[in-house]
Design a protein around this ligand. Structure first.
Ligand code: 9L3
Ligand code: MG
Length: 130
């Protein structure tokens, strides 16, 4: 069975994207990603995304448009990403090493996880960047 991981491309009012630096596991630590995580059995994808953002960032998000479809994560896992905005709270790195709000022309300043990098390009295109 295909296992689904969900991620949030959280954009603020200034058009900046929230990037989150993983703290673990060791092989991924230091890499930057869209916050998110595994969908629980029987859980709706978007519900999982809201839950993960509450757990990892301490915020309530509103989920918007999907960014593409299923992005490969290796093995039997796929990553699904949605644009999102914060409707309550201020993001805090509860499980990540660090958070950064990146303007569209700053997206290359962090070392994105290889799986997330093509999705970053898709987000930039969606938001009207190059
Ligand atoms: N993953 C990759 N990019 C992402 C996310 C949220 C997750 N944007 C990968 C890293 C882990 C797996 O998916 O191998 C599960 O993620 P998590 O539950 O450890 O966050
Ligand atoms: Mg996670």
């Amino acid at each position: 069975m295909r296992r689904v991981v969900v991620g949030a491309a959280i954009v603020d009012g200034a058009g900046r994207l929230l990037a989150a630096q993983r703290a673990q596991p060791p092989e991924l630590a230091g890499g930057w990603e869209f916050p998110g995580g595994k969908v629980d059995p029987g859980e709706d994808d978007r519900t999982a995304l809201v839950r993960e953002c509450r757990e990892e960032l301490g915020v309530l998000i509103e989920v918007g448009e999907a960014v593409g479809g299923d992005w490969p994560l290796g093995g039997d896992r796929v990553l699904r990403v949605w644009l999102a905005s914060v409707v309550e709270g201020e993001p805090e790195a509860k499980e990540h090493r660090e958070l950064r709000w990146l303007a569209l022309d700053e997206l290359d300043e962090v070392a994105w996880l290889p799986a997330d990098l093509p999705i970053v390009r898709a987000v930039r295109a969606l938001l009207g960047g190059i």
